[in-house]
Design a protein around this ligand. Structure first.
Ligand code: TRP
Length: 382
């Protein structure tokens, strides 16, 4: 059981210094081993996404069975989502970067859920107009990462409810109040929107099976904080006659200020790089970011720095070092003292500016087709 000064990881609260091995044991999930990675590498045609190669995706449920199925001619679909409580920051891209890669390598469908309802229920300070508006803004950012317009489908909760509801009715009957109370820590003052909400997060796992009238396997790449929702989904799947979704869990990216971890719902704005930060703000935040460096240049040259605790290294690791060679070089020269924090930050700032520029152009381009990905009708009335 968690101790008072320990870490807490639920969909609605991430706090403390997370011990990821212990978290995996507490949740009872499986480890992403070298053998699992070798399987993915093989199925993806001899390539491994950096988020997999660098251990950010470190935990799973039933991934091996899903890969076996794929190898035997049973393709799966991808599902992930976003609760639109504000602008995206770079760590919110972790699930979607991996999904784009899987979609490109395997040519499989992607389902994205935008939970404007959930964030309205969970966050006291936001209006309905705001969560809906952020939902659309976030969707543009997500699609701009390179999703295939023909194979990408979006459940924008408030607008897709008639497509989701026939299945949500069935899902909700299987989940009791004592289940959600135990899993999410709800109290008598939790609003009933949130009590119902988890049913809606389950629905996309089953939706293609329902639509196609056959068992279609599902893979959900997500932050490990989302696992509690999918434990419920998996518990009810068989009773509804659908396959249990497989899960692939990532670690949470540490904030720029370095203490503890950043919650998925945001927090202090200097703790993260928002995709709508102007270049000068990006530069200011990165210059002020916490590193694993030493007090003086002399000491750093002599003793080297500590990448594992550095928020700048975390950014290289999760997104900005595209090649393994680049990532290894940064890690090695950081540790040896050859690379100084100021230079490392300067190089990252350049890299981030370049990405923001490309991203802004891609984001403009998706606007013409984003609406067409939103699913608004059910495949059948009942
Ligand atoms: N609940 C998630 C959030 O707050 C949003 C979400 C919906 C999601 N469906 C998902 C996340 C599936 C991961 C996978 O951000």
């Amino acid at each position: 059981m968690a101790e008072p000064d320990d870490f807490v990881v639920t969909p609605y609260e991430v706090r403390g210094k997370i011990d990821y091995t212990r978290l995996r044991e507490q949740f009872g999930t499986e480890e992403v081993t070298a053998q699992v990675l070798a399987r993915i590498h093989h199925l993806a045609g001899g390539e491994l996404h950096p988020l997999l190669a660098r251990g950010i995706y470190y935990s799973h449920r039933d991934l091996v069975a899903l890969l076996d199925g794929y190898a035997n001619g049973r393709p799966f679909f991808l599902y992930s989502g976003r609760g639109p409580s504000g602008p995206l920051h770079t760590s919110h891209l972790v699930p979607f970067d991996l999904c784009v890669w899987f979609q490109r390598r395997l040519g499989i469908p992607m389902y994205i859920q935008i939970t404007d309802d959930e964030k309205f229920w969970a966050k006291g300070g936001l209006t309905r107009e705001e969560t809906a508006q952020w939902g659309l803004e976030n969707l543009y950012d997500i699609l701009a990462l390179g999703f295939d317009p023909k194979r990408t489908h979006v459940f924008f909760d408030s607008r897709s409810i008639s497509a989701l509801y026939p299945l949500a009715i069935r899902v909700a009957r299987k989940i009791t109040f004592s289940n959600v109370k135990a899993v999410f820590g709800f109290t008598p003052s939790t609003n009933i929107g949130l009590v119902f909400y988890t049913a809606l997060q389950s629905v996309p796992c089953f939706w293609p099976s329902w639509a196609e009238g056959r068992a279609v396997p599902c893979l959900v790449p997500c932050g490990i904080d989302q696992d509690p929702h999918f434990r419920l989904t998996r518990d009810i799947a068989e009773g509804l006659g659908y396959p249990k979704p497989a899960l692939l869990h990532s670690q949470m990216v540490p904030g720029l200020l370095g203490e503890g971890v950043m919650s998925t719902t945001g927090g202090r704005t200097d703790d993260a790089l928002y995709l709508n930060d102007p270049p000068a703000v990006v530069e200011r935040k990165l210059r002020a970011a916490f590193t694993g460096g030493r007090a003086t240049v002399e000491e750093q040259r002599r003793l080297g720095a500590t990448p594992e605790i550095c928020s700048i290294w975390a950014l290289w690791r999760t997104r900005f070092a595209e090649s393994e060679a680049k990532f290894q070089e940064i890690t090695r020269t950081c540790r040896s003292g050859e690379l100084l924090c100021g230079d490392c930050k300067g190089e990252l700032i350049e890299r981030v500016h370049k990405f923001y520029e490309q991203h802004a152009a891609a984001r403009d381009r998706v606007k013409s087709w984003a609406e067409s990905t939103i699913v608004t009708s059910a495949p059948k009335p009942i």
